[in-house]
Design a protein around this ligand. Structure first.
Ligand code: PLP
Length: 394
């Protein structure tokens, strides 16, 4: 007998992957440029040149046995120190190498953190809309999710949030800039979340953890600031990844921060190390630990994403589509032209528009458009979006 939950996860691809595979098939039939694939969040901007230079320099100059060997389980101490110093320089924090655990990207950061914190059946609160894998990650670590329904502007509904916290709550995941809405939480919002969590923590007589999932931290436009959450709430765990900021999703590299301010911080960090061990996530890729340490000050040139955001937002709103203007990440979350978003996205396929239904993000009635694509895909897709909108007027 095989575990049925794993069998189900392994045999049913995610809706996003399903659509991406469909796109590949369809492109083979009608041509690459005739299919407008907005399904995946795969960065379309190359990694900064410093990344390639760092790889070359490391490969040429370093002892290859060490470079391709194991590091410490929690990551190389010098790499962790470089990253800690960088965070302190940017945010005025007092993080040290001992507060950092290197991981294989945000997915691993989240799974490790959840495994480190959750007792069986404890709850994790999520604000809709959210990255669908949060459910897989939470349930995979023995927890349960509790979903706070969305507000029209996709900022967290704080009243419903407060009501959602109960005796069984252990953690809350936030993700700003957000996948799929592109919304960024302001400093006031973070403070309000912290106030509620402090109040409920006192009332319930237990620690509540705020897990902040930050693969899009640097992807913000128009001088928007993304607050560093550890400064506002003591029990914050940061799950970071270089997948999007350095366009390195295939290299699987990121980290977790457990600040000293966390209650019983040394033991929480020990639980992170234990969870990393239990899940087999020890010693993140050594070469790329070294590369990110050399590139801590770099970010991919995101001007193309900003241009895409403007083109798509302006183009779609002119056509009558409704959406919140995103301040960050590379997604637009748009109201579908019929209530059933899955049926809408099926109809969009007739126009070779590959859009992800909002249902998977706990937000039916919407669709996600990933605009990390070539500019010409956006320009060329506009007549298809127009025809799709017109099909609803007939
Ligand atoms: N969290 C969010 C919100 C994401 O959008 C993604 C990937 O798209 C991840 C986590 C996983 O990131 P990584 O590739 O670093 O594991």
């Amino acid at each position: 007998m095989l575990p049925q939950d794993m069998l189900a996860l392994g045999t049913k691809r995610s809706a996003i992957r399903e659509l991406f595979e469909y796109g590949k098939m369809r492109k083979a039939v009608v041509g690459e440029d005739k299919v407008y694939d907005f399904s995946l969040g795969n960065p379309s901007i190359p990694a900064p040149k410093e990344v390639d230079e760092a790889v070359k320099e490391l490969v040429e100059k370093q002892d290859s046995v060490l470079l391709h060997g194991y590091s410490s389980a929690q990551g190389d101490a010098n790499v962790r120190k470089t990253i800690a110093d960088h965070i302190n320089k940017l945010h005025g924090t007092n993080i040290s190498a001992d507060n950092i655990y290197m991981t294989c990207g945000a997915a691993a950061s989240l799974c490790i953190s959840l495994r480190a914190l959750l007792l069986k059946d404890e709850e994790v609160i999520l604000f809709a809309p959210f990255f669908p894998e949060y459910i897989v990650f939470t349930e995979g670590q023995g927890g349960k999710v509790k979903i706070v329904p969305p507000r029209a502007d996709f900022q967290p509904d704080l009243e419903l949030f407060e009501k959602a916290i109960g005796q069984n709550t252990k953690a809350v995941i936030i993700n700003s800039p957000n996948n799929p809405s592109g919304v960024v939480y302001s400093e006031d919002t973070i403070k309000a979340i912290a106030d509620i969590m402090n109040k409920k923590s006192k009332e319930l007589g237990k620690e509540l953890f705020l897990i902040t999932d930050e693969p899009y931290r640097e992807l913000v436009y128009d001088d928007i600031k993304v607050p560093y959450v550890t400064k506002y709430y003591k029990n914050t765990i940061v799950c970071y990844s270089y997948s999007k900021s350095l366009s390195l999703p295939g290299e699987r590299i990121g980290y977790i921060v457990v600040p000293d301010e966390v209650t019983d911080s040394k033991n929480v960090y020990a639980c992170i190390c234990g969870a990393g061990r239990a899940l087999g996530y020890v010693c993140a890729p050594t070469l790329f630990q070294q590369v990110v340490a050399k590139c801590v000050d770099c970010v991919s040139d995101i001007s193309a994403y900003k241009k895409n955001r403007d083109l798509l937002y302006n183009g779609l709103t002119e056509l009558g589509y409704e959406c919140v203007r995103p301040d960050g990440a590379f997604y637009l979350f748009v109201k579908t032209l019929e209530e059933d978003s899955e049926s809408f996205c099926e109809r969009a396929k007739e126009y070779d528009l590959l859009l992800v239904a909002g249902d998977g993000f706990a937000c039916p009635g919407y669709m996600r458009i990933s605009y990390c694509v070539d500019e010409k895909t956006i320009v060329n897709s506009m007549p298809a979006f127009k025809a799709l909108a017109e099909s609803y007027k007939k």
